[in-house]
Design a protein around this ligand. Structure first.
Ligand SMILES: NC(=O)c1ccc[n+]([C@@H]2O[C@H](COP(=O)([O-])OP(=O)(O)OC[C@H]3O[C@@H](n4cnc5c(N)ncnc54)[C@H](O)[C@@H]3O)[C@@H](O)[C@H]2O)c1
Length: 421
């Protein structure tokens, strides 16, 4: 098929690469001229494992355009951002602009797929917008569930494919199934609003699991219990499951914080008090301060102490720093007078007056304390005897409960985790 993708970000570029791999011809459109120029040169503007390779392998089927919509497409995807506005509501202005750009060009033979995470009712509103323009457009809600860092794998092997349709749409499901032929996953077919709600509910639930274990970590700390044992002990229960039970410095990224807040705002608009979402957000909003208090108790004063913060990205295997708790931690330590030196294998620190080391050695050398803020594999696999030799101090703070505690202690270092007694 011939596909046009509007919005060449983490979701748009991953979708483009995967659809090209499936044999489709894909035209990516973005309003960011530099991004399109880079893509045309063969540079991939984001770091996502396997993405650059897929782009190279399927370059004959991938095309990039600045603003210009590919009018011949059978299927048009909207993958633009929906960040939170200043009040925490989803800012749908990028979606609205993309729809306005499409309006003169789109025709009734085409299928319009909304992949951006949009507030409940948006897909219906888009359908009505075209109807008012005299066009009966098949609008499909097909929310995205990929995780940055494993986006290609998640798109090729999704747990499910959610398709939201209008009741009178008897054409689009088979088009979507033909588009995704080769991807084996159960289809959940529901209404347009149902698909929108599934996306928010999924992110809210995952964020809630993280906040739940972070609250347990605070309790474990108070009772001298190891939350890692508790997470294992409850996670093996099939009804609970082991995922998203790693206590740490809180969730971040471009999705969980904004989507939890968005769902909360939507609930208020419907006069429904979202007690659970409020708690999820409150725990996350206070988790970093709770942990910084612990760091302060461990290190005493921070003034002029050299602290190596390993990790800037909001999670491993990405360069994305949107809402990254690691960046918030770096800022807080800096504000406490610490001499912070940050490191990340891929992410770059912006607009913070803190040095970023080029190598891990440079970050760790002469550090009074080392804090792991993002659980990249290369931090988990450090040679702790060598780390001990290089540091001035002996404190290793594991903000993600991801490090080998025994090995660190055996190297003569003090280990401090999150909720580990
Ligand atoms: N990043 C994720 O992990 C993830 C996962 C699932 C769902 N989502 C959702 O997918 C959507 C996109 O997220 P993302 O992380 O890929 O965003 P992103 O910010 O990485 O990319 C969005 C792109 O859209 C472009 N854009 C904005 N308005 C445009 C317009 N009118 N015309 C053309 N281009 C335009 C921007 O220049 C940018 O390149 C969001 O709604 C997000 O909530 C994201």
């Amino acid at each position: 098929m011939n596909v046009c993708i509007i919005g060449a970000g983490y979701v748009g570029l991953t979708t483009a690469a995967v659809l090209a791999k499936l044999g489709h011809t894909v035209h990516c459109v973005d309003e960011n001229e530099q991004k399109i120029a880079a893509l045309k040169r063969g540079d991939v503007p984001i770091y996502e494992p396997g993405l650059a390779e897929l782009f190279t392998d399927h370059q004959s089927r991938l095309f990039f355009h600045h603003k210009q919509i590919h009018v011949e497409a059978d299927v048009i995807f909207i993958c633009v951002g929906t960040p939170a506005d200043s009040k925490g509501k989803p800012d749908v202005s990028y979606v609205n602009r993309a729809i306005a750009d499409l309006t003169p060009h789109i025709n009734e033979k085409q299928t319009l797929v909304i992949k951006s995470t949009v507030p409940i009712g948006t897909n219906e509103r888009i359908y009505n917008h075209f109807k008012n323009e005299g066009k009966h457009i098949h609008v499909v809600s097909n929310p995205e569930f990929l995780r940055e860092g494993s986006a290609i794998f998640d798109s090729l092997y999704p747990d499910r494919i959610v398709i939201g349709l209008r009741e009178d749409d008897d054409r689009s499901l088979s088009i979507m199934q033909a588009l995704y032929a080769g991807i084996h996953a159960p289809y959940i077919v529901t209404s347009l609003s149902g698909a929108e709600m599934i996306k928010y509910a999924a992110n809210a639930f995952l964020a809630t699991k993280i906040s739940f274990i972070n609250e347990m970590a605070r309790l474990c700390e108070a009772y001298g219990v190891d939350v890692v044992d508790v997470a294992k002990g409850i996670g093996l229960d099939g009804r609970i499951g082991p995922h998203f039970l790693q206590a740490g410095i809180g969730y971040g990224g471009s999705c969980f914080p904004k989507d939890v807040t968005a769902l909360q705002q939507m609930a208020y608009e419907q006069n429904v008090r979202p007690y659970m979402l409020e708690a999820t957000k409150t725990i996350n909003d206070t988790q970093l301060n709770w942990y910084v208090q612990k760091i302060k108790r461990t290190l005493g004063h921070m003034s002029k102490k050299r602290i190596a913060v390993l990790g800037i990205a909001f999670k491993p295997n990405t360069d994305d720093i949107r809402e990254s708790p690691a960046v918030s931690l770096i800022k807080k330590l800096h504000a406490h007078g610490a001499n912070v030196i940050a490191h990340d294998p891929k992410a770059v620190l912006h607009n913070v007056d803190v040095k970023q080391a080029n190598t891990l050695e440079e970050a760790i050398a002469q550090a009074d304390a080392l804090i792991v803020a993002t659980d990249w594999d290369e931090y988990k696999q450090l040679n702790w005897a060598y780390v001990k030799q290089m540091m001035s101090g002996n404190v290793v703070i594991d903000g993600r409960n991801c490090l080998p505690r025994e090995a660190i202690m055996n190297a003569g270092l003090n280990y401090v985790g999150v909720g580990r007694g």
